[in-house]
Design a protein around this ligand. Structure first.
Ligand code: NDP
Length: 486
């Protein structure tokens, strides 16, 4: 933020005032304006690329250990600002403060620590060739663009920045237009931790700003978190200069409950996988398949527990369900709920906007469970990105696997059973990038995360992410005589 009160881009280690138009970012729980944010245009993106080029020269010349120390220091600084940043994230996203305080900022810091720790041990390999040998050098790609979705602003920024920077790349990050407030705070933290100017830059704006990045010939890689349609556009634009891409896209994941499952544990998984963050989580298990024998008792207890959930002011520590990201998205979610009812699903709980009291000013919708669903219903096929769970009955293991896979998406899946052989057999057949057994939506930084099919390309987190932010150079070294036929 500068003296003008406008949130400017962060370029070359400082806020960079510009004269382009601004947009307003709103608090989705109240509709109030939180800040005026500058839209980065061509000049700002060019300045960011030039700064990133200079930053890259300095950063990539440092040792991995030096880079790792700065990332680790940044993690500590991020944790020290947890209260302030969690509050800002809650204001911008509408998520309950109990989530942002406990998880969102800390998981960003976990990621900086993890990749900070790995930075010193990024290696190539030695290849013995008899009278010669070869080795590979693991080198950075150059300037990476990170483009974020609005549901986990700080976490997404860290998931992209940490592996990219650990590998020696520079980054230009564009947060989603709906949640632009915290990415620049990460930039402040990096600067305080001693990161050279230009290594991490932030430009805010709309899709056009994102396109300026994905089409820029000076950028080597784009990592996007967003919708499938956006992923296709980004990959198409990136193809013109053969950029590397990581795409973390949408999902419609299955959560399968066999009749020998621990019922309360399975219900916890289904609630976490549908109502956490008001259902605005890409990997949610929104198609809950329950084996027929268990169906009635599962539904009864699920409804009872859902009824107890506390919907409220996101800043109230007791609140478990906050606001959706905004009015437009709320209308989309309500539209799906109406389509579900029209197609014959039974809303056994929820199904309405919250209109009472102060919450009526914001984008609040009740956690909703649809029973008696069929696979062909739109609520079962399409990503809703709201607190809407569809429960479907099944009879046989083979049948449920086939139905679970009958989707163009492949982000995640869950299996609840006490039979471990069945659990492992089932996940082996599920078309999903991440599977959980007897839990749901747990994403430790050490574990690779990403999708198959239309849910994406590449992996974030874990050592696997390193592959996506570095490239190998092979070096052949002759030790013997050189015979030349000419
Ligand atoms: P969008 O696809 O609408 O936007 C994602 C980002 O891309 C935003 O910063 C957006 O800018 C930008 N953008 C939009 N169009 C272009 C373009 N043509 N070129 C470059 N950049 C562009 O996604 P949402 O923000 O609505 O996020 C929700 C989606 O993200 C859901 O589908 C969800 O499943 C997915 N997601 C996936 C995750 C995963 O890890 N697999 C995790 C979290 C969410 P702007 O905001 O200005 O439009």
């Amino acid at each position: 933020m500068t003296d003008t009160g406008i949130l400017e881009a962060w370029i070359d280690g400082a806020y960079r005032p510009a004269t382009t138009d601004c947009f307003e970012t709103l608090n989705p729980a109240t509709g109030e304006i939180l800040a005026q944010v500058r839209i980065a245009g061509g000049a700002e993106v060019e300045a960011a690329v030039a700064a990133a080029r200079r930053g890259f020269a300095v950063w990539s010349a440092m040792t991995g250990a030096e880079r790792g120390r700065i990332l680790t220091r940044a993690a500590q600084l991020l944790r020290a600002r947890n209260d302030e940043l969690a509050r800002l994230e809650t204001l911008d996203t509408g998520k309950p403060i109990q989530e942002t305080e406990a998880i969102d900022i800390h998981s960003g810091a976990d990621c900086l620590e993890y990749f900070g720790g790995l930075a010193a041990s990024l290696t190539g390999e030695h290849i013995d060739l008899g009278s010669a040998f070869a080795y590979t050098r693991r080198e950075p790609l150059g300037i990476c663009a990170g483009i974020g979705a609005w549901n986990y602003p700080m976490q997404i920024a860290c998931w992209k920045a940490a592996p990219a920077l650990a590998c020696g790349n520079a980054m230009i990050f564009k947060p989603a237009e709906l949640t632009p407030l915290t990415a620049v705070k990460l930039a402040e933290v990096f600067a305080e931790a001693g990161m050279p100017p230009g290594v991490f830059n932030v430009v805010q704006g709309f899709a056009e700003t994102g396109q300026l990045l994905t089409r820029h010939p000076g950028i080597a890689k784009v990592s996007l978190t967003g919708e499938v349609g956006t992923g296709i556009k980004v990959m198409t634009d990136a193809a013109a200069s053969l950029k590397h891409v990581t795409l973390e896209l949408g999902g419609k994941s299955p959560l399968i409950v066999f009749d020998d499952a621990e019922v309360d544990r399975a219900i916890s998984g289904a609630m976490l996988g549908n109502f956490y963050s008001a259902g605005e989580v890409c990997s949610n298990g929104t198609r809950v398949f329950v084996q027929r024998k268990l169906l009635d008792s599962f539904l009864e207890r699920l409804v009872e527990r859902t009824r107890r959930m506390v919907i409220g002011d996101p800043l109230d520590p007791a609140t478990q369900v906050g606001a959706l990201i905004g009015e437009e998205h709320l209308q989309k979610v309500l539209g799906y709920i109406e389509r579900g009812k029209a197609e014959g699903a039974d809303a056994v709980i929820g199904g309405k906007r919250v209109t009472e009291g102060a919450l009526g000013q914001g984008a609040f919708v009740e956690p909703t469970v649809f029973a008696n669903c069929r696979d062909d219903m739109s609520v079962v096929r399409e990503e809703i990105f709201g607190p809407v769970m569809s429960v479907l009955a099944f009879d046989e293991e083979e049948e449920v696997i086939e139905r679970a896979n009958a989707t163009p998406y492949g982000l995640a899946a869950g299996v609840f059973t006490r039979d471990l052989a069945r659990a492992h057999r089932t996940v082996a057949h599920l078309q999903a990038g991440t599977c959980w057994i007897n839990n749901y939506n747990i994403t430790p930084i050490e574990m690779p995360f990403g999708g198959v099919k239309l849910s994406g390309i590449g992996r974030e987190n874990g050592k696997a992410a390193i592959e996506h932010y570095s490239q190998l150079k092979s070096v052949y070294v002759e030790l013997g005589e050189v015979e030349c036929p000419y």
